[in-house]
Every structure is written in C-alpha cells, then in structure tokens.
Design a protein around this ligand. Structure first.
Ligand code: CA
Length: 228
C-alpha cells in the first residue's frame, strides 16, 4: 500500500486481453504488472507489493482457483478481482468462499471492468479514522487489522468492507442494497444473497454464538445492523 500510483497485477493467459487491460489500466494511472500463467502470477503476487490483482480463472500451469486459495491461505489480503468465462464459475468461486473481492464475467466491457477496479482501489487507505470496537472486537480502519479479545482475526478484504459499512452506519440499519453499494460501489453484479453469505462468515469469526448473534443483527424485512 502506497500513496503513489496504484499497482495492479494482471494474471491472464490471453495475450490480447492482457495487452488491452495493461493499456487501459496504465491510462488510468496504474502501474501494471503482467503474468501469463498461474505459477508466474503466484510468484509475482508473492514477491512484489500490489494494490489489486486481476486474476483470470482458466490459466495454464496453476489455475486461478489455486492461485487465490494459496494467497489467502498465506494470509495475503491483496484485493482480487476475478475474471471468469462463465457465470457458473463465478457461482463456484463465490460459493467456495475463496476470498475473491469481486468478479467480472467475460466478455466484459472495459468501462465495467475499470469501474470495478476503481471501486477496489478506493478502499486502499482511509487514514485518520479512529479505532472501531464492539463487544470484544476491535477493528482498525487504517490498517484493516481486526482483533478479538486481543487476538488477531483474519478477515477477507470484502468481509472487512462489509463490517466497515455496518460499523460506519451503526446503530442504523443498512439494507442489503446499501451494503452492496458501500462495498462494491454503485455498479455491481452481486446478489443480495452474497451479502447474507458475508454476514454469516463475519458472525462465525466475530460472534461468541454465531447462531444467536449479539452484535451483527438481522432486522427482518430491512437488512442488517451492528450493535456495539
Ligand atoms: Ca484464460
């Protein structure tokens, strides 16, 4: 994370798509790195600092699922935007909870992809915000670190952003649509069900009894709210 030009790694084996993304992202002011297979992508993801990784799923050597799983298993929380050829793959990657932050299905429009990239990059730094807390949980909006009873808790970038939206709004209720707008920006393809999934994951990580939450509450017919 730097204040300078955002650094974006594009892992894509189709040369024309890689070239097109590189040109468009550079025009947006990004520093762009490329990798044409999963092994090279994983290596560059590990060895260099990135603000965002654009990751194709179908790749030679090691596929995008494996790259994403490996990074998240290593607690690399760099935001990942998945490129997918079919919506069935998207269902799989979101359903498997592999830690992707957003996705675009091919063929995608450049404008749509750039909007997603900007939304993910906007999350980079919001300095100067005080520490948030509820129950025995503390969250630092600047470093994005979360602790529970003093012990670090690993949240995916999107889990953190859903939590942050609820914390900023607390004690107000947010509808699923408002949460989606806050996390993914006004242009998104997420379904309200994906918000529900992130809430389930957050409860599992942050609530004593996830089946009977005390902080991350469902407001029937309205949405969710966070009670401190
Ligand atoms: Ca491919």
């Amino acid at each position: 994370m730097t204040d300078g030009a955002p650094r974006v790694l594009v892992v894509e084996d189709e040369a024309s798509i890689l070239l097109g993304l590189r040109m468009n992202l550079e025009r947006e002011g990004c520093v762009v790195g490329g990798a044409e297979d999963g092994e090279a992508g994983l290596r560059r993801a590990r060895e260099e600092d990135w603000d965002l990784i654009v990751l194709d799923l179908m790749l030679p050597k090691s596929n995008g699922y494996e790259v994403l799983c490996t990074l998240r298993a290593e607690h690399d929380r760099t935001p990942v935007l998945v490129l997918s050829a079919r919506s069935a793959e998207v269902d799989k990657i979101m359903g498997l909870n592999l830690g992707a932050d957003d996705y675009v299905t091919k063929p995608f429009s450049v404008a749509e992809l750039l909007a997603r990239v900007r939304a993910l990059l906007r999350r980079r730094n919001h300095p100067g915000e005080p520490l948030w807390s509820f129950g025995d949980v503390e969250a630092d909006p600047t470093t994005r670190e979360v602790r529970r009873a003093g012990s670090p808790i690993t949240l995916t970038p999107t889990e953190f952003d859903v939590l942050a939206a609820l914390l900023r709004a607390s004690p107000r209720v947010l509808s699923r649509e408002q949460i989606m707008d806050a996390v993914w920006g006004p242009i998104h393809h997420g379904t309200v069900r994906s918000v529900d999934n992130f809430i389930v994951q957050l409860r599992a990580k942050l609530e004593d009894d996830p089946a009977h939450p005390r902080h991350l509450l469902t407001v029937r017919g309205a949405g969710y709210r966070l009670v401190r």
